[in-house]
Design a protein around this ligand. Structure first.
Ligand code: DGL
Length: 276
């Protein structure tokens, strides 16, 4: 990652906009904070309407457009769709209709998975919306038409994470029930195709065994973002202190505790904004 000097007319000082259906996207924010500490981030988590992953593509598209419009009001210099369900239902539309560079979470993870597999047998776990859209299958086959892709929707994983049930017997049993079929497919790479799932990584690895490499989108997404900033001269100046502003459509009781576990730091700015 190189950081060029910021020119006078650069938009570098502007924030990065990031959205997700809820808190999952904070795993991506965590990585942005680590790798690009001078960047200010405006995050929108649509907690009131979570989960997206069980909803229709039309509904997810409608929510994703609203989230984008909200972030554009903050004059963001780039948009990160930190939600696989939104990426599958809305990324193409948002790229066509909004004049802002967009990074999604599917393409970067597909790229890493294709590079990592030896056997060419890749598993994908995600929400029902993401699996139903076959977005990963298309992204993987575009890079390597020979790969075999095995998808499994795991709708109970998101509520487990939102409840903070990341380990223990019940979590293990739920994971095992969903992953049982995939374990028989002889995959060597498993894509965690939901931004909530990195929090379950340890437990998923235990169930899948150490021979399966788990790929999530956090690091490769931020890498793509940094490359975009390199190309377009969009990096924040080194003297800028990166702030994090979190907007949510609802703030349930356990919000701060769970949110901070996603983020790995204190949340100092949280504001509730209701969408119509
Ligand atoms: N974080 C969302 C994703 O990456 C899933 C959560 C949801 O179902 O809303 O797909």
């Amino acid at each position: 990652m190189t950081s060029k000097r910021v020119s006078r007319h650069s938009k570098g000082h502007r924030p990065i906009g990031v959205f997700d259906s809820g808190l999952g996207g904070l795993t991506v924010v965590r990585e942005i904070r680590r790798r690009l500490p001078h960047e200010t981030i405006v995050y929108y988590g649509d907690v009131a309407r979570l989960p997206y992953g069980t909803k229709s593509p039309e509904q997810i598209l409608r929510f994703s457009i609203q989230n984008t419009l909200f972030l554009l009001k903050h004059k963001v210099k780039a948009l990160v769709i930190a939600c696989n369900s939104s990426t599958s239902a809305a990324a193409n539309f948002l790229r066509r209709h909004f004049n802002v560079p967009i990074v999604d979470v599917v393409q970067p993870a597909a790229e890493v998975a294709c590079r990592s597999t030896r056997s060419g047998r890749i598993g994908v776990i995600a929400t029902s919306a993401t699996i139903g859209s076959r977005v990963y299958e298309k992204a993987l086959k575009k890079r390597n038409p020979k790969v075999k892709v095995f998808g499994e929707a795991c709708p109970l994983f998101v509520p487990l994470v939102e409840e903070g049930w990341l380990e223990g017997k019940i979590t293990h049993d739920v994971l095992d029930a969903y992953l049982r079929k995939l374990k028989k497919k002889k995959i060597d790479v498993l894509i965690l195709g939901c931004t909530h799932y990195p929090l379950l990584k340890k437990s998923i690895q235990k169930v899948m065994g150490s021979r399966v490499r788990l790929v999530d989108s956090m690091a490769p997404t931020v890498q793509q973002l940094a490359q975009l900033f390199d190309r377009r001269d969009l990096h924040a100046a080194k003297k800028q202190k990166g702030l994090l502003k979190i907007y949510v459509s609802d703030k349930p009781g356990n919000f701060v505790k769970v949110g901070e576990s996603f983020l790995g730091e204190k949340m100092n700015f949280v504001e509730v904004v209701r969408q119509k």
